[in-house]
Every structure is written in C-alpha cells, then in structure tokens.
Design a protein around this ligand. Structure first.
Ligand code: SAM
Length: 205
C-alpha cells in the first residue's frame, strides 16, 4: 500500500496556464518573489514560472518521485529552487514539510504566492490553507486549482484507485472538496479578496 497514487493524471503538458497567466499580470519579469506549489506533478507549471520569472524563488512540494522528476527537469534554470518530497503513507503530505518550514522560519511569512493543486481534499488541503495563511505575506496570493473537481469520475475514482475507497466515505468521494475549502474557509475570511473567480484570492490584511 506504499505507492497507491496513480502515475498518470489529466494535466496538460503546459501545466496550469491560468496560474502563470495571472502571475504575469501581477509580477514583473525581473521581480524577486517566492512561489510555493503544492502538487507539482510533471513540474510544467513550475517550468513556466521559471521561464517567465528568472528571479523567482520556488518551493516545490509533492511525493518524492515527483520532486525528483522535477529536479531533473528544472536543473537548467537560474532560479533558486527548493524541493520538498513526502511519502505516500496515508497521513503524510506536504503539510508535514510545511510544518517543519514554519518551525525553521519561526512562523514568519515567507511566501508571495501559494498555488494549491495537490490532494484536493478537505483532510489534506483545509489544513494546507491554514498553514499557507501563516506563511503568506500580506499582499500575497492563494491560488486554488479545480474548484469544480471531485474524486468521483476523476483519475482518482475509487473504481480505478481502490485506496480512495478505503480513505474516503462515499459522501466525501462525491463532494466538491476544493469548493468547500474556498467557499467555507477562504470566502468567509475578510482578509482575502477574490481576484480570479473561484481561483485566486489576495491576502489584504
Ligand atoms: C493535479 S496534479 C498537479 C499539477 C501541477 N500543479 C501542474 O500545474 O502541472 C496533483 C499533484 O498533487 C500531488 N499530491 C496529491 N496528494 C499529495 C500528498 N498527500 N502529498 C504530496 N503530494 C500530493 C500528486 O502527486 C500530483 O502530482
């Protein structure tokens, strides 16, 4: 049961264009800022961020095999990049790496942009939002992918990935869990202002 997560997902070879297209509207090419991505898959969004912003520092989080793959793909870029891998044990995730970073930085905000595109579940990503909130500078951005996504019918459908049926109830498999995080946690927080519908929120206080 150590490696239960699928190798192939439905993600295009250019990554998430909406994310770096938005970033182009708020960051200058030469600007120095720090970007974190939770769930990098093939590293293609990160690759585009490197190409567009050579002075951007990246913190990339995923399962160990994905961060190793990205490390090989991104080694030619001048950007400073830190990689944070975790195992596929049921209760391991990028949140563990984040907790350690919060400790190392003594709770100081270190990020200007957090792109959350990993587990897409409340169990993992509701906590991720609260941890990112601690680490995000005022004026920074929280970006959520897949507002309309759910486990049922996805690459993680329990009919294809039996571990999902063991980890989640039917109600959770049918729920739109990113939407729950955005609607019930982010939108209810007056310190966040929606800047791209259902996707990007700016921390204003
Ligand atoms: C949709 S893909 C990410 C696509 C990528 N952001 C892009 O734009 O190209 C989701 C990624 O989240 C990672 N992921 C899911 N659950 C995770 C967990 N518990 N810990 C670490 N990574 C996880 C998967 O390995 C996968 O690579």
């Amino acid at each position: 049961m150590d490696e239960w997560y699928p190798n192939k997902l439905v993600v295009g070879s250019e990554g998430t264009t909406g994310t770096y297209a938005f970033m182009k509207t708020v960051f200058d090419r030469d600007q120095e800022f720090r970007y974190a991505e939770f769930g990098i898959y093939m590293g293609d969004t990160a690759r585009n961020v490197c190409e567009l912003f050579p002075n951007c520092e990246l913190h990339l989080f995923d399962y160990t095999r994905a961060v190793q793959r990205a490390e090989a793909k991104l080694m030619g870029y001048p950007n400073k990049i830190s990689y944070f891998g975790n195992t596929q044990k049921f209760n391991d995730s990028y949140n563990w790496s984040l907790m350690k970073l919060i400790g190392q930085h003594e709770g100081a905000p270190i990020y200007d942009y957090c792109f959350l595109d990993g587990a897409h579940t409340v169990a993992v990503d509701a906590l991720n939002f609260f941890l990112c909130d601690r680490l995000l500078r005022v004026g920074g951005y929280m970006d959520f992918d897949d507002y309309k996504w759910r486990l049922r019918g996805s690459s993680l459908d329990p009919a294809k990935i039996p571990a999902i049926g063991e980890q989640y109830t039917d109600e959770q498999i049918d729920a739109f869990q990113v939407r729950m995080i955005v609607d019930d946690l982010v939108r209810r927080d007056q310190r966040y202002e929606e800047v791209v519908k259902n996707k990007v929120f700016r921390k204003v206080a």
